[in-house]
Design a protein around this ligand. Sequence first.
Ligand code: NDP
Length: 252
Amino acid sequence: TAALLDGRVAVITGASSGIGEATARTLAAKGAKVALLARRADRLASIVDEITAAGGRAVAFPVDVTDAAAVKGLAQSIEDELGTVSILFNNAGIMLPAPIEELREDQWSHQVDLNISALNTVIGAFLSQLVASARNAGVADLINTASIAGKNLFPTFAVYSASKAYVIHLSNHLRTELGPKDVRVSAIEPGIVGTELQGHVTDQGATDWLEGSKDTLEWLTSQDVAEVVAFTVNLPRRVNLQEIAIMPTRQT
Ligand code: NDP
């Protein structure tokens, strides 16, 4: 593979499975130095071993991204170890649909704390490095994982969908401040991707709806999304894909 991202340092949250894992592998294969963030240290370690064996440069940084102090501390460690971050893939998230009248306040908080608050924390921790990278190299990338749920209406997904609408609106707003500093900001909006995400759903109705969709449509793979992320960060620096909806062909 041509090393298109040589010299770029990429931070990926939610890198222990699914979309984040596939993106870490893909960016590393294209020459980026990758920092993998998630809670499961064992999973991160084996992914790092595989990337390294394939000739890539990767380091695991086990962390709970809802721990703001820990994330801030890591930002400095990553810069010391790999260099100034020029790609931030802000991707960790959780989807917990349930009928709103069940009042699953624990699940509401979990989604808000991770999909919104931790997303903000991660941006805050790496922002100065992104701006410095853009100043030195002409471009840097902040890519936030939203969802098509942030635009469309799905019964029982209200809190999740609203958290992802936040991600889209935040991303579009940040462009107005960061674009003039050559930091591109993108929101990725996938439809259904087969990952561990569906395995955390506790609501039977939502699980039945998700499983039933397999009868009529082929879900995306994490690699499908990873390829789009790699494409986005490889574009000429004048080009910023602002919102990228990526749908299974048969999902409407
Ligand atoms: P996965 O469940 O496979 O990945 C989620 C990742 O987030 C894991 O690596 C998990 O690692 C990490 N994570 C969860 N909580 C924390 C935490 N507190 N601190 C650090 N890391 C954490 O699902 P996906 O790959 O599907 O999800 C990635 C993103 O894509 C999410 O934001 C999701 O909302 C979004 N998305 C997914 C779609 C889908 O259909 N799959 C569709 C649209 C958007 P660990 O448990 O080791 O911490």
